[in-house]
Design a protein around this ligand. Structure first.
Ligand code: MF3
Ligand code: CO
Ligand code: CO
Length: 313
């Protein structure tokens, strides 16, 4: 038992009462199975992975991050999105893994590529060329050793507008803020509570129809990770061993989106404004979050964090 005013056991340098005291209390309540309030959220330990599954998720995440490192130099003005899809597909297969998007609910490509006003689920195409001034999200999901991991990054192509740059910075920072909000035994709602006010203060909006998700042997597992404030999220408790994605989709205009009626996939902003997104797969740990899809290269280069002046812990 750490004394309230003593330094926290986690090494943060903060006082225990300002750091892990409340989560330790929640944990103790959970462990004792106390029926404190019948309406209080119960920890959902059944959704935590076993140590062996966590190792599998780590290995999958490392490959998924390496795939992002591999494709990054090819994402330039002049390239056709179908070509990026081909490179991503071949690199994945060559390493003995499976692109999770291919065939998922009938999706016909090995990744999603979403430009400008496309929010998510953009379909790579031989008819779509990336040009100077675009912002382009590449979303990669890999099945490696039976485990899914999922990450995405928005690339700024050449001379983008101030508005586009600001949006991408806000989206990158929104992801970091979401990751930093994760604490074991806290309600899932802490993510949206941290992300949405920040994004709104920056004059942007959080897409509500698409969310992060639990992830593991299946692509989208229980539960949905809202990036906006939603009371439902307070009913789920984050437990060590859970693996999930955080992937706020941020619009420069309003949050509403529409799905392309012809292809059934491409999601666009309703008002035609720009949209940007960054995504990582994370593991809830005893002290916070471990980012499974972040490679040493990305960490040292601070690639998606350049804009933010902040680094992962
Ligand atoms: N990777 C997306 C996500 O972050 C889902 C893509 S589903 C697909 O959840 F079918 F479009 F590939
Ligand atoms: Co994704
Ligand atoms: Co995802």
């Amino acid at each position: 038992m750490t004394e309230r005013n003593a330094p926290c056991w986690c090494g943060s340098g903060k006082k225990y009462k300002k750091c892990h005291l409340s989560s330790d209390e929640e944990k103790q309540r959970a462990a004792s199975g106390a029926e404190s309030h019948s309406s209080a959220p119960r920890p959902q330990k059944k959704h935590a992975k076993t140590p062996a599954q966590i190792e599998g998720m780590r290995r999958s995440g490392m490959f998924n991050g390496q795939l992002m490192d591999y494709i990054r130099p090819f994402v330039k003005a002049g390239v056709v999105t179908e070509e990026l899809n081909r490179l991503i597909h071949e690199y994945t297969v060559k390493h003995g893994h499976v692109p999770a998007c291919l065939g998922y609910k009938g999706f016909k490509k090995s990744c999603c590529i979403s430009r400008n006003d496309v929010v998510c689920h953009g379909i790579p195409s031989p008819d779509e060329r990336i040009v100077d001034g675009d912002i382009v999200n590449i979303d990669l999901t890999t099945i490696a050793g039976g485990f899914h991991t999922d990450s995405s990054e928005t690339f700024l192509i050449g001379g983008v507008t101030k508005e586009a740059r600001h949006l991408a910075e806000v989206a990158a920072q929104a992801l970091i803020i979401g990751i930093d909000a994760v604490r074991p035994w806290a309600p899932l709602g802490v993510i949206g509570q941290a992300v949405e006010p920040f994004v709104n203060r920056e004059g942007c909006s959080v897409v509500q129809q698409y969310t992060g998700h639990g992830i593991g042997t299946r692509f989208h597992e229980f539960f949905s990770v809202f990036h906006h404030i939603d009371p439902e999220s307070d009913k789920i408790i984050l437990c060590p061993g859970m693996t999930l994605t955080i992937e706020p989709m941020i619009n420069s205009g309003r949050w509403e989106v529409t799905t392309d009626r012809k292809d059934g996939w491409t999601v666009r902003t309703k008002d035609g404004s720009l949209s940007a997104q960054y995504e990582h797969t994370i593991l809830v740990t005893e002290s916070g979050a471990e980012v499974l899809t972040l490679t040493p290269t990305q960490k040292s280069a601070g690639i998606r964090l350049r804009a933010c002046g902040k680094d992962y812990k």
